[in-house]
Design a protein around this ligand. Structure first.
Ligand code: WT7
Length: 646
């Protein structure tokens, strides 16, 4: 039984949304979504006001998702220009460097000027509305400027996390046919340099990437890199020559804003495409309600801009709301594990949003590093990315928040654009480990294996039965894959890929992915991606990858590898293969365990039985279940005997 953390009277008193408002507005939002979202849509500045609001169908043969379709707006103008009159001198971005001695405050006026210059710069380089731009940058202010400049001219950005390998970067550039890449000489994280420009040089030698005409390079560390004329240009040199006047391009609400690649259960990562109007309405409204935003808040989301959290809740949501958002270049344990709390005190952070994996890692260091800082400014805490175990939740609440700050456990996905299930801090009592109740306009349901909707307390697969404005519109270049992945399993419903339980109070408890996706430290990885990296090695015949429990990361990566005939297994080869995957995909895909498998458990039709491999990786060989359909049951005993976690 979990402890209930009721909304405190003190928090409820001044909050934006109380219990009564939540009940009333939620009812309106699902009974009359058109009038609800018509009203909420007015929070933005529209160049041409919309007359239409919701126009959506989840039926596979008539799938369409359109919001505010005849409206026109510009996202960057909503994040910048409209704040200038009242908030020109307000800090838009607080930048905290990797090194604690480095930080900067950038006002809305300054950010606006830089974005206008960058918009002119991109235009002068031949980037036009609809062109794709890859952004492979560290957590520096130029990243925000680059993204907003794309939005301002109507170019579609695709941000690639700086931890991805040259191959992963190349795959994304090739799939979206980018015209321009924006990168930095090097990144800096935890005192270590990340060779971004070198990675770009390598990526652009891969097939399919010759759409790239220009590489813009931001100078971050001054490290030695090769500039290749005429392709490579210095950002600062070109920015200097631009004017700070620029008229934002009027975009249709359904024009694409960005593509973000994410892993699925099969094949290559897919390009999740988000559009402009509905997305900005949805993320700005969720950001305001979920974090109970006030004018003088200092908001800090620790996610990297390379993930959707960085798009929606580090940059676009907060800036659309005229908030002060903190961008942190570094890592939680550099120079020591008190860093997060030192930054909280230094910049008087009031709203703090991070991932369960970070909380678990810091929890292991004990309370002292937290207590070294006062944290008196904090008034609300949030988590995202994976289920949070109740122990970590209670520690976050008691130690970090001194028992004073509500916690919002926000469930959502790259595909959903914004938060779908979450407590509203002044309205919804919290239960540690539960994302609680749906946001306005969101209609979750739990279905059984046959797609029947289950009522009351139930456990099954999580679906969403109707559209919300912030959801993805397609898989870039592959609309069929969009339909097949999300709308075929349960016809007429959006399938999340997550399992969930709903308790007697209607609260949702996300139990994790039910497909072949693993969640490592809040980052999604397809087991198929890791497997194809492994079999690309000349000595590997076959590989199967599953998730395994991991104290800090939530899930770790457990790989079973069959070597080609005549290749002897060795510790050196194991190391080599682990390093190989790291190099092929990026450090986040580094296998935690790699077990030699003389044979893999397969059905007579040749399908690998992952259920069995998962149980072995979980060190639960007594739960293997029915193995009678195996082609060769003897392979299992060997894998059980040689398992790496006992
Ligand atoms: C998957 C989506 C949402 C932005 C970051 C991750 C898991 C996410 C929670 C949560 C339990 C969660 C789900 C989801 N997940 N938030 N609060 N509680 N699980 O985005 O990489 O698209 O991953 O992360 O399994 O499907 P993503």
């Amino acid at each position: 039984m979990s402890t209930l953390h009721p909304v405190s009277a003190a928090f409820a008193a001044g909050s934006r949304i109380d219990k009564t408002t939540y009940a009333r507005d939620y009812a309106e939002s699902v009974h009359d979504p058109d009038s609800f979202w018509r009203r909420i849509g007015r929070r933005l500045d529209w160049i041409r006001p919309y007359s239409k609001v919701k126009d959506c169908s989840f039926e596979a043969d008539d799938l369409h998702i359109r919001w505010y379709a005849d409206g026109e707006l510009n996202l960057a103008a909503n994040c910048l220009d409209r704040h200038l009159a009242t908030r020109g001198d307000k800090t838009a971005i607080i930048w905290e460097g990797d090194d604690p001695s480095e930080s900067r405050r950038i006002s809305y006026r300054e950010l606006h000027a830089d974005v206008c210059k960058a918009a002119n710069l991109l235009t002068n380089l031949g980037v036009a509305r609809g062109d794709r731009v890859a952004i492979y940058l560290p957590m520096i202010p130029e990243t925000a400027v680059a993204m907003l400049a794309c939005a301002r001219i109507g170019a579609i950005h695709t941000v690639v996390f700086g931890g991805f390998s040259p191959d992963s970067l190349a795959g994304r550039i090739a799939d979206s046919q980018c015209k321009l890449v924006i990168t930095a000489d090097e990144g800096l994280r935890g005192g270590k340099k990340v060779p971004l420009k070198i990675n770009v040089d390598e990526a652009l030698q891969r097939p399919g990437t010759n759409s790239v005409e220009t590489v813009l390079v931001v100078k971050r560390t001054g490290g030695a890199i090769a500039m290749q004329a005429p392709r490579d240009r210095w950002w600062h040199a070109l920015m200097d020559g631009q004017t700070a006047e620029h008229t934002p391009v009027a975009m249709s609400a359904e024009d694409p804003l960005f593509i973000l690649y994410t892993s699925g259960s099969t094949g290559k990562p897919k390009g999740v495409l988000h559009t402009t109007g509905g997305y900005l309405v949805y993320i700005s409204y969720t950001h305001e309600c979920v974090f109970d935003l006030r004018e003088d808040d200092v908001y800090w989301c620790t996610a990297d801009v390379g993930w959707v959290t960085g798009h929606s809740y580090l940059l676009y949501g907060p800036l659309a709301n005229g908030a002060t958002t903190l961008m942190f270049e570094g890592v939680p344990n550099h120079p020591d594990s008190s860093r997060f709390w030192q930054v909280v005190d230094k910049h008087k952070v009031t709203l703090f949003y991070t991932a369960p994996t970070a909380i678990r890692a810091l929890m292991r260091e004990g309370e002292a590093p937290v207590k070294k800082a006062s944290r008196a400014s904090l008034r609300l805490l949030g988590t995202v990315g994976e289920p949070i175990n109740p122990e970590a939740w209670e520690w976050y609440w008691r130690v970090v928040g001194d028992g004073r700050c509500p916690i919002v456990d926000t469930w959502w996905q790259t595909e959903t654009g914004g938060i779908l299930i979450t407590p509203l801090p002044g309205a919804i009592d919290q239960k540690p480990g539960s994302a609680t109740l749906p946001f306005f306009g969101v209609q979750p349901a739990i279905v059984d294996a046959n797609g029947a909707i289950l009522d009351g307390a139930a456990e099954g697969n999580l679906v969403i039965t109707d559209a919300w404005p912030g959801m993805m519109r397609t898989v870039y270049g592959d609309h069929q894959r969009f339909i097949d992945t999300y709308f075929r399993t349960y016809p007429g419903m959006y399938f999340t890929g997550d399992g969930a339980r709903r308790d007697e109070d209607g609260y949702y408890w996300i139990t994790g992915r039910v497909d072949d996706v693993i969640n490592v430290s809040g980052h999604r990885l397809g087991t198929a991606e890791v497997e194809s990296a492994l079999v690309a090695h000349p000595k590997v015949a076959e590989a199967a990858v599953v998730g395994c429990p991991h104290d800090i990361k939530g899930q770790g990566i457990y790989a079973y590898v069959t070597l080609k005939a005549g290749e002897p297994p060795s510790d050196a080869l194991r190391k080599e293969l682990i390093g190989w995957v790291r190099k092929e995909i990026g450090p986040i895909a580094t296998p935690d365990h790699l077990q030699w498998a003389p044979g893999l458990p397969k059905t007579r039709s040749g399908k690998i039985m992952r259920r069995i491999l998962r149980k072995i990786a979980e060190n639960a060989p007594e739960q293997l279940g029915d193995t009678s359909t195996l082609a060769d049951p003897s392979v299992v005993q060997n894998l059980v005997d040689e398992r790496l976690v006992k």
